[in-house]
Design a protein around this ligand. Structure first.
Ligand code: OOB
Length: 508
């Protein structure tokens, strides 16, 4: 799961891994920027010192409730300052947050809790407790804060988390039956967001708007709230990403940089045309998580008056950015180039030969070498020499920028929300009338892609509405419920007799 020592030594020598932990980093930031604003929401303003102290108080309370170094804690919270307080409290204990998304429901949460043998579930309200019946829950608003003990065990002694330790488990977008968990270390993650903050030219008077779910890798670390903190900058946490909520926040807090997925960027562009709010503080709009089309990309500078930055990243590690000083054609037509000079990029054709266009593989100082507790899957998801097979099809330009051309993995990218075809198929197969199911992406002008389920039934087919209700009853996240159902007698097959998802996609 970890990097070979030789490579780790190289990443340390290059100054990427600096031997820091999240707990120590926040302590240093509080010393440097104490009274400056760190986290702002419509109803709260926390300084760096507030965040540092509140993380200590929560760490003490959670420790008193029995949470220890190495324990897993499933965290599912909305965009509130307490989300980051929880993160840093757990980081200080050395317990690992497992970052669930706000849209996850009982099917996902109960799986995360059981698979990780979670010691606790930190959730937004009492109703969520039912998602994880066997796991002790802590509810937002009643988090256990107490005075930290003298000689806080997180800051000294053998129980202190080490820089090479896993800091948390992030979720993979998923292309298999069950989501995979991504172990990120203090060293590797801190490097990724510090370098990102530099690429995005963050400075103490920058203001980052976190409008996407804070637990996702993009608004967390690209550069996200962590990157903003590391630069001494403030982050504004928006309860939802709509222009109605965000534009007043941009105006009030003089936001300089915001991150969106493509469908939201389109909504913002349309709303900006008629808004009465002053958006002139915006310097950079980051768009990523799914492909942002060239025509839409071209609108950003003239219509929002700011620089577009395309972001092509993955929770497994590698993140690419267009640079702020790239020429306009590169900004609108590519998905950027890697953060690090030591991000190794391989582009292979179907026969495994190096090529300008094909399968993207990567290895580097902040890309994992294996999923957590997934040995069998790791054998195919990684090469023997440690490259991660991203499942993305890209073209590499002479300048080293990547253009995302498609995908080889079994996933639907619904406007940035990732859906594993196989995961939804397994739920559909639990329905007594479903003989077989195949869930594929279909193009959509607004979301980029939507999910379509092709279903072979036993006897009379149920209606789409009935299957939708069935899936809802299974407790899966609403964004995973297919937008369309097509009932068929058979699936097209590949030469070796597998279901040909490519042919199914072409049918629509
Ligand atoms: C981000 O992370 P994930 O883990 O939710 O999804 C990763 C996948 C990529 O493998 C790729 O298939 C797709 O999302 N993707 C893009 C893209 N950005 C991500 N496809 C086309 N164009 C883009 N700009 O989505 C993520 C993580 C960190 C930063 C930004 C996005």
């Amino acid at each position: 799961m970890h990097w070979p020592e030789e490579e780790a030594a190289r990443y340390r020598a290059a100054g990427y891994w600096r031997g820091e932990t999240f707990g120590g980093l926040l302590r240093d930031l509080a010393a440097a920027y104490g009274p400056r604003p760190a986290l702002i929401s419509p109803t709260a303003r926390w300084t760096f010192r507030d965040l540092d102290e509140r993380a200590d108080r929560l760490a003490a309370g959670l420790r008193a409730s029995g949470i220890r170094r190495g324990d897993r804690v499933v965290v599912q919270l909305p965009n509130v300052p307490e989300f980051h307080q929880v993160c840093f409290a757990l980081f200080r204990i050395g317990a690992w947050p497992v970052f669930a998304l706000p849209g996850h429901r009982s099917a996902e949460i109960s799986y995360f809790c059981s698979f990780t043998e979670a010691a606790a579930y930190i959730c937004p309200d009492d109703e969520h407790r039912a998602y994880a019946p066997g796991t002790p829950a802590h509810v937002l608003g009643e988090l256990p804060e107490t005075d930290p003990d003298e000689g806080d065990p997180s800051e000294s002694g053998p129980h202190r988390p080490a820089p090479g330790d896993v800091a948390f488990l992030q979720l993979s977008g998923g292309s298999t039956g069950l989501p995979k968990l991504i172990p990120r270390t203090h060293d590797d993650y801190i490097y990724s967001f510090r370098a990102s903050a530099e690429i995005c030219a963050l400075r103490p008077d920058s203001v980052y708007l976190c409008a996407l779910p804070a637990a996702h890798n993009f608004p967390m670390s690209s550069p996200g709230v962590f990157g903003a903190l590391s630069a001494g900058a403030a982050s504004v946490l928006a309860p939802d990403p709509s222009p109605g909520t965000c534009f007043p926040l941009v105006e009030r807090e003089r936001v300089t940089i915001a991150a969106l997925v493509p469908p939201l960027a389109l909504v913002w562009l349309d709303a900006a045309a008629t808004t009465g709010h002053d958006l002139s503080s915006l310097e950079v709009l980051q768009v990523g998580g799914a492909k942002f089309g060239r025509e839409a990309a071209k609108r950003v500078r003239p219509e929002l008056g700011c620089t577009l930055q395309q972001v092509f990243g993955m929770a497994e590690g590698l993140v690419n950015y267009t640079r702020l000083d790239d020429d306009e054609e590169t900004i609108v037509a590519t998905q950027g180039r890697p953060i690090s000079p030591d991000d190794e990029i391989r582009v292979l054709d179907d026969d495994g030969r190096d090529s300008d266009q094909g399968h993207l593989l990567t290895r580097g100082p902040y890309t994992i070498r294996g999923y957590w507790r997934a040995e069998e899957h790791n054998r195919t998801a990684f090469t023997d020499d440690g490259f991660y097979r991203t499942g993305d099809i890209v073209r590499r330009t002479p300048t080293g920028h990547l253009v995302v051309e498609g995908r080889a993995k079994d996933q639907i990218n619904r406007g940035g929300e990732k859906i594993s075809g196989e995961e939804v198929e397994n739920h559909l197969l639990a329905h007594p009338a479903v003989h077989d199911a195949s869930v594929v992406a279909v193009p959509d002008p607004y979301l980029g892609e939507r999910a379509c389920a092709y279903v072979i039934c036993r006897g009379d087919p149920p209606s789409g509405a009935e299957l939708r209700a069935f899936l809802r009853g299974r407790g899966i996240a609403v964004f995973k419920i297919p937008d369309r159902f097509e009932f068929v007698d058979a699936f097209p097959q590949t030469a070796v007799g597998k279901v040909s998802k490519r042919h199914l996609r072409e049918r629509t």
